[in-house]
Every structure is written in structure tokens, then in C-alpha cells.
Design a protein around this ligand. Structure first.
Ligand SMILES: N[C@@H](CCC(=O)N[C@@H](CS)C(=O)NCC(=O)O)C(=O)O
Length: 243
């Protein structure tokens, strides 16, 4: 049995983390039985979520989880795609994971109002007397990480410009297709869904959300993916599969 270690639902999303949502979507796409456990962060092999335990084998990082599923269960998430399409899908996946992601982190953690609406809730389990200290420490660490990665060196307007270009590109490439690469879902849809839903989360007031809301095809896409893989959630961010 597979256990997926998660943060748990948050911000009106399947999980507070887009990478966890991606991994869970992949498990659903693969049709594999799994359970979730939101108590595993302190034991995460790479200090991050997601990771899975598959009958005693632990695999950390959503990309390695994908490759593990493909190898062990003989699944090709990109079946039906030719080599050029696979390359495009991979590039878009990494655009969101390695570029847009950091703009999302900046929007959720650096902006005070968004932090109060969102990530502050993560710390409710910390004893009240030390909570402000722990919050200040983790936010400081997040700012350092943003600086080291590079996104944190830009002004907010520059970050928004970079993120908007990524969001516009996703919308442009999706066009009117049901799924990102065509009529059927493929591996990249797990990432596109997780990040698009995350950006559209009504918990946060961000220019990133405004950028995504300009594209009706993104909301319909999130609605379609939700209906297919997370029907129990009803709607995410008010996104409907059809107008
Ligand atoms: N490359 C990783 C990224 C995972 C990731 O960044 N997870 C974040 C949450 S979105 C995390 O666990 N952060 C905790 C920390 O950095 O302390 C993947 O694809 O799984």
C-alpha cells in the first residue's frame, strides 16, 4: 500500500502544497490505491513534502515519485505523446515548478496580508508563547531561500511580470484543449492543475491570481481536472468545467 505524506488540504485546495497536489493527482491518474498521512513532515527524507512510502520503500520529491510509479507499475503518464510533445510537456512542468513556484512562495509568505490569510495557519499547533518566534524564524528562512534562489532579489513588480508571463504561456498553450497536451490527460496535467489551482486560490489576493483570472480557459481547465480527479471537492476556486 502506498502512503502519500502531505500537509493536508488548505486554502481551498487538495493540499496546501502544489507539489503534494501534483503527486496525489499522479496517483489518481495511475489508479493506484493510496492513503494520505499529514504527520510525516518531520521525517521527510529531503526535508520537504511530498514523499511516499510504497511497501517500505521511501521516495521523496514529486518527480521521483512519478518515475517510481512509472517504473514499478509499468505506467507511462505520457503515453500517446510523441517525443516533441514530451519535451514541451517537460519544459512547461519545470517552468511552473522551478520558476512560477518561487513567485507563489513570495506572494504567500512575504506579503503580510497573504501570510496572515494563509501560511500563518500552519503554525496553529505551535505552543502560543513561542509561536511568534517560530513564525518569525520560518519567515526569515523563507526570505533567505528566496534570495538564494534568486527570485527574492527582484522587486515585486518584476516578480509579478515573470509570473504573469508563465501564466499567460500556460493559457496560450492550453488554448481550447481539454487537457494540456490534447484530448487526454498526461503527466504534465498533474503539475499544471496543481499550480493553476494554487494561483487561483481565493485565499490569496495576488496579482498572480488576477493574471490567471484573465484567462477563462484556465478556470475551465481547473474545473475539468477537479471533476475528474477530485470530484469529492466539488469546485476549486469556483472553477467550473463548463461555462
Ligand atoms: N522538488 C520538490 C519540491 C517540494 C517542495 O518544495 N515542497 C515544499 C512545499 S511546497 C516543502 O515541503 N517545503 C518545506 C520546507 O522547505 O521546509 C518536489 O517536486 O517534490
Amino acid at each position: 500500500m502506498i502512503t502519500l505524506y502531505t500537509f493536508g488540504p488548505g486554502f481551498g485546495l487538495p493540499d496546501a502544497s502544489p507539489f503534494v497536489t501534483k503527486a496525489e493527482t499522479l496517483l489518481k491518474m495511475a489508479g493506484l490505491p493510496y492513503r494520505t498521512d499529514n504527520t510525516g513532515f518531520s521525517k521527510a527524507p529531503k526535508g520537504k513534502l511530498p514523499y511516499i512510502d510504497d511497501d517500505g520503500e521511501r521516495i521523496a520529491d514529486s518527480t521521483f515519485i512519478r518515475w517510481h510509479i512509472e517504473r514499478k507499475y509499468d505506467i507511462d503518464f505520457d503515453r500517446g505523446l510523441d517525443r516533441e510533445q514530451r519535451a514541451v510537456a517537460w519544459a512547461f512542468e519545470k517552468l511552473l515548478e522551478d520558476n512560477l513556484y518561487w513567485a507563489v512562495v513570495e506572494a504567500r509568505w512575504a506579503d503580510k496580508d497573504n501570510f496572515d490569510r494563509g501560511p500563518r495557519q500552519f503554525f496553529l499547533g505551535v505552543p502560543a508563547p513561542v509561536r511568534p518566534l517560530v513564525i518569525a524564524m520560518v519567515r526569515r528562512q523563507t526570505r533567505k531561500t528566496l534570495h538564494a534562489q534568486g527570485m527574492g532579489r527582484h522587486s515585486r513588480a518584476e516578480i509579478v511580470a515573470i509570473a504573469t508571463r508563465a501564466i499567460d504561456s500556460v493559457s496560450e498553450y492550453l488554448q481550447k484543449k481539454p487537457f494540456f497536451m490534447g484530448p487526454e490527460p498526461s503527466g504534465v496535467d498533474a503539475t499544471i492543475f496543481a499550480f493553476t489551482a494554487g494561483v487561483l486560490s481565493p485565499t490569496f489576493e495576488t496579482p498572480l491570481r488576477t493574471a490567471a483570472e484573465r484567462h477563462a480557459n484556465l478556470a475551465r481547465y481547473v474545473g475539468r481536472m477537479t471533476a475528474r480527479y477530485f470530484p469529492e471537492l466539488g469546485e476549486i476556486a469556483g472553477c467550473k468545467a463548463e461555462p
